[in-house]
Design a binder for this molecule. Structure first.
Ligand code: SF4
Length: 478
């Protein structure tokens, strides 16, 4: 999971790009980077959060009225500084690129580019092959007649050759700002315009801060090119069936974002209402509802309203500890739960507590939280989860790459309950998830990627690739 941004404005873009990245910081804390252009490319990138990487001195060097940026969260590997984005290339033009996603034919592409096409990649970042394929495809067009048609032809070449999930923003030197979303639209990408200023971002929340009020989604298989005169060209290059990631609504995206026409906060409220139905159906009668902060808070509030039970902040979050899920390694995760969350004893002691959380991945975090609430004096601790059991790896850029990591792998709900140590465990149903998130769509238009719940991958994924992912991930975790 990463966050990308692009700006084409009449003012200096550097500081605004960094502000936009701050709004996307939840999508990745491993590295941050910005490239601007004033006729020359200016690049600053490094490991760490946005606040860590940028300072007044390096910001002053990021001159120019257009640029792109990225915050990264690596799915495999330790995430070296060499993999930080943006990446740039000089031929056929200066082209800089950022992306969010995961390329599933990365190894084949890398081999093809390095052996057949004599290109040299300098990192293990997925965006490098995308950038090189795009440059190669652009080079095949008639460059003397460069225009939107040549750009779209090159993106069509990327769609043909690059498999997997990728939402891309690219700056083409002195020619314009480009964005495209893979034919399944797996990762989000939004386009905004205010007068003669233009922006792209992973989530609409970045636009609120930058003063863009009107926005639309870049569609699955669509490319949008803002040329140097500020004319917008949009082309639906592939009509493919969109399958945006449903987990964005459950966990990743900020609640104040709107993705593919669905408000994330509203979707979470509906998830809570559907979950209340399951809690009631199982005859669970808590005294108090306690959200596991922060993601589950909207769902917990609607669940509490639906059941007519009071909701209390029984767990307080230390805001200065990084997101548990984003910290790598089992031991670091377990330790960070207690560093991050502390119970409010007065709201818990002697009561039957229903904890509401967004998902259970490995079970480590959930087990620690249940134990924490028990130690604070709860009579009983129930756990309700706004998503169904996660059972299959995500190959589209989310840190859930091996089946072995899932507590739900080969376990029944009762067995998972025992692992996390709760008195009762209630999961959202699969149908509840899809209906809650897609409630404002027709029943035939509720197509999401739900592969991590159901095992059906929109792009098709070979067993060989899954096994390879599993091996690499395992090596990294050890
Ligand atoms: S597998 Fe899950 S996390 Fe990955 S893109 Fe699909 S829904 Fe999202």
């Amino acid at each position: 999971m990463c966050g990308v941004i692009g700006l084409w404005t009449r003012r200096e873009a550097g500081t605004r790009l960094v502000e936009g990245l701050l709004a996307l910081q939840h999508r990745g804390q491993d590295s941050a980077g910005v490239l601007t252009s004033d006729g020359t490319f200016h690049l600053k990138k490094g490991n760490g959060t946005v606040a860590h990487v940028f300072n007044p001195r390096n910001l002053a060097r990021l001159t120019g009225n257009c640029g792109i940026g990225q915050v990264r969260y690596p799915t495999i590997g330790p995430g070296s500084v060499e993999d930080a984005q943006p990446f740039a290339i000089n031929h056929p033009f200066g082209i800089a690129m950022v992306h969010n996603g995961n390329v599933t034919n990365y190894s084949d592409l890398r081999r093809e580019l390095e052996c057949k096409d004599f290109r040299q990649l300098t990192s293990f970042s997925d965006v490098e092959p995308i950038l090189n394929v795009f440059a190669e495809e652009l080079d095949r067009t008639d460059l003397s007649a460069f225009g939107p048609a040549s750009v779209f032809e090159a993106v069509e070449g990327v769609f043909r050759r690059v498999k997997g999930a990728y939402s891309v923003v690219a700056l083409i030197h002195k020619r314009g700002l480009l964005a495209f979303r893979d034919p399944h639209g797996l990762r989000p990408l939004v386009f905004a315009r205010a007068g003669n200023e233009f922006a792209f971002a992973s989530e609409s929340v970045a636009f609120d801060l930058l003063g863009f009020r009107r926005f639309s989604d870049v569609k699955a298989g669509e490319a949008v090119f803002v040329d140097s005169r500020g004319v917008v060209h949009r082309e639906q290059l592939r009509p493919g069936k969109p399958s945006p990631c449903i987990f964005e609504y459950v966990y990743f995206a900020r609640p104040d974002s709107v993705i593919d026409g669905i408000g994330v906060y509203d979707a979470r409220l509906r998830l809570g209402e559907r979950l209340a139905f399951e809690v009631a159906r199982q005859g669970i009668k808590p005294d108090v509802i306690v959200p596991v902060p922060d993601t589950a808070r909207p769902a917990a509030s609607s669940l509490a309203s639906a059941l007519g039970i009071e909701i209390r902040e029984g767990l307080i979050k230390n805001r200065y500890i990084a997101r548990t899920f984003i910290m790598h390694g089992q031991q670091r995760r377990a330790l960070s739960v207690r560093q991050k969350l502390n119970p409010v004893r007065s709201q818990i002691e002697g009561r039957n507590v229903l904890l509401v959380d967004d998902s259970i991945v490995r079970g480590t975090t959930s087990g620690e939280i249940v134990q924490l609430v028990r130690e604070a004096g709860a009579r009983k601790v129930f756990l309700a989860v706004t998503a169904p059991p996660l059972r299959f790896p995500c190959v589209y850029g989310i840190d859930m790459m091996t089946r072995g990591e899932f507590v739900a792998k080969n376990r029944t709900v009762e067995q998972i309950r025992k692992v996390v140590g709760a008195d009762a465990l209630v999961y959202q149903t699969y149908q509840g998830l899809v209906e809650a998130v897609g409630a404002n769509r027709s029943t035939t238009d509720r197509s999401f990627c739900t592969a991590c719940f159901a095992g059906c991958y929109p792009t098709g994924v070979s067993r060989r690739y899954l096994a390879q992912m599993e091996r690499e991930r395992q090596r990294w975790l050890e």
